[in-house]
Design a protein around this ligand. Structure first.
Ligand SMILES: [Zn+2]
Length: 115
């Protein structure tokens, strides 16, 4: 089994940023760290073992994963579990709409009958 291409693309498009717990510096993979010869686009996981926080010199294990900008996981969640109506076919939508109208009409009739 191979992973769906979309997931890989999303992960590559938005790698996680990492924040230094010691000083608050945020390593952004999009920018890299020019001061330590880390080219832009380098993921935090791919940084060299001896990489240190450029601000306070903390080691890599002091950094916390704070997620990507526009976290793709949330986006995917919305696609899968968001409003189910978006996944219906036009025919199914019509059934839903006319079903709701019919229900409203029946409620109106019953209220009218009570009056
Ligand atoms: Zn730091």
């Amino acid at each position: 089994m191979t992973e769906p291409a979309e997931e890989k693309t999303l992960a590559e498009a938005a790698p996680s940023r990492f924040e230094c717990r010691s000083c608050g510096y945020v390593y952004e993979p999009d920018k890299g760290d020019s001061g330590q010869n880390v080219p832009a686009g380098t993921k935090f996981e791919d940084l060299p073992e001896n990489w240190r926080c450029p601000v306070c010199g903390a080691r890599r294990n002091v950094f916390d994963d704070i997620g990507a900008i526009n976290a793709p996981s949330g986006f995917q969640e919305n696609l899968s579990y968001g409003f189910g109506v978006n996944r219906l076919t036009p025919k199914q939508k019509n059934i839903l709409i006319f079903g709701a109208l019919g229900l409203g009409f029946l409620m109106f009739i019953s209220l009218y009958g009570l009056g």
